[in-house]
Design a binder for this molecule. Structure first.
Ligand SMILES: [Zn+2]
Length: 68
């Protein structure tokens, strides 16, 4: 099962969640559904440094973006 990392837009916390087909992702702290999905942790060993210095890529929000 894939585990995704999310950041809550409301309380600005990070959390991980196993996501199934019917999973509704909510912040574990405040319960908000206003969350951003970060990179998948599935099969990743260690923490990969983000290639963009300013955080998420403004164009695509992917850490492995070759366009921007
Ligand atoms: Zn929250």
């Amino acid at each position: 099962m894939p585990i995704f990392e999310y950041r809550c837009n409301k309380c600005d916390c990070d959390f991980e969640q196993i996501v199934n087909k019917n999973t509704v992702v909510q912040c574990e702290k405040c319960g908000s559904k206003d969350v951003n999905k970060k990179m998948s942790l599935f099969g990743v060993s260690g923490t990969e440094k983000h290639v963009h210095s300013g955080g998420d890529c403004g164009g695509c929000h992917k850490s492995s973006c070759s366009t921007c």
